[in-house]
Design a protein around this ligand. Structure first.
Ligand code: NAD
Length: 286
């Protein structure tokens, strides 16, 4: 086991992403200290990880004793002050700059001197979040993808003040949990969302303009471009509110009309049709 794999990691936020990140780290041998501001979210996150590990044991991909040992490495902490000193902290809380800034200010005290303070933000500037901490050189974007246990990529986003050593250590952490890190620089949307979101937005414009039905748009992109999922189904999976938020960031920060969110997307979000999580988006989910 490498130096990294025997370590401790703090994960803040036990929602969709935080619980997935916690799961891959415990399965790779780390002790994970998982926190959420909402007690039910923390309990649900821990229960979800346990269910995933039980499922892996039932399928035979994990021995029963190993599953138990892995479960014992998940430590739910109700308060960040309960976190031990750690070489890696990953913030995966709600996508709001104020929330993230407050979390980072309190959790930075639990970071070892050469530790990495990472955020899983999809759209907030790494340089801006780093500036709110006392450790901008140790701060970096570690952008995991949903569902975390299945998706190989970690987009490693370097802020203006991120040190070379922080980049090196982040890459090693990502590799130690079986992911493939790919580096980019801090810029609105990084690479992933700057390329993906305009495509999703354009697919929504096609729907709005009556160019084709949702299924037809998705089938054209799946069968013609070899995409595993159509852009509208993918938007439903990501969450239409999340897509709108990212497009607004791209539009505002890059200042170009081509990122203007489609009015139909806004209307869907106003109606509370957010995709899979509300069971209604461009498709209906039972
Ligand atoms: P989510 O809403 O499922 O989970 C966020 C969690 O953060 C909630 O459980 C909430 O209670 C918790 N939280 C809020 N304030 C907190 C605080 N002060 N301290 C501790 N916990 C707090 O959201 P998510 O989809 O898991 O997204 C989390 C982050 O990951 C966001 O930055 C998002 O942009 C990013 N992200 C999301 C996806 C995706 O597909 N969902 C993909 C990549 C990155």
């Amino acid at each position: 086991m490498s130096e990294h794999r025997s370590g401790r990691v703090v994960v803040i936020g036990a929602g969709t992403m935080g619980r997935g990140i916690a799961q891959v780290f415990v399965q790779a041998g780390y002790d994970v200290y998982l926190n959420d501001a909402v007690p039910k979210a923390l309990d649900d996150g821990v229960a979800f990880i346990q269910k995933m590990l039980d499922r892996a044991a039932q399928k035979g991909s994990l021995h029963a004793e190993e599953a138990l040992a892995v479960k014992n490495r998940v430590h739910a902490i109700r308060n960040v002050a309960e976190a031990p000193m750690c070489p890696l902290v990953i913030e995966a809380a709600t996508e709001k700059p104020d929330i993230k800034t407050e979390i980072l200010k309190s959790i930075q005290t639990r970071l070892t001197d050469d530790g990495v303070l990472a955020t899983n933000t999809s759209s907030i500037s790494i340089t801006q979040l780093a500036a709110a901490t006392d450790r901008p050189d140790r701060f970096i974007g570690m952008h995991f993808f949903n569902p975390v246990p299945l998706m190989k990529l970690v987009e490693v986003v370097r802020g203006l003040q991120t040190s070379d050593d922080t980049v090196k250590r982040t890459i090693a952490f990502a590799e130690s949990v079986g992911k493939t890190p790919v580096q980019c620089n801090d810029h609105p949307g990084f690479v992933s969302n700057r390329v993906l979101m305009p495509m999703i937005n354009e697919a929504i414009f096609c729907l709005q303009d009556g160019v084709a039905e949702a299924e037809a748009i998705d089938n054209i992109m799946k069968l013609g471009m070899n995409h595993p999922m159509g852009p509208l189904a993918l938007a439903d999976l990501i969450g239409l509110d999340v897509c709108l938020f990212i497009l607004e960031v791209l539009h505002r920060d890059l200042g170009e009309d081509r990122y203007r969110p489609c009015p139909l997307l806004r209307k869907m979000v106003q109606a509370g049709r957010l995709g899979r999580k509300t069971k209604q988006g461009f498709y209906h989910y039972e």
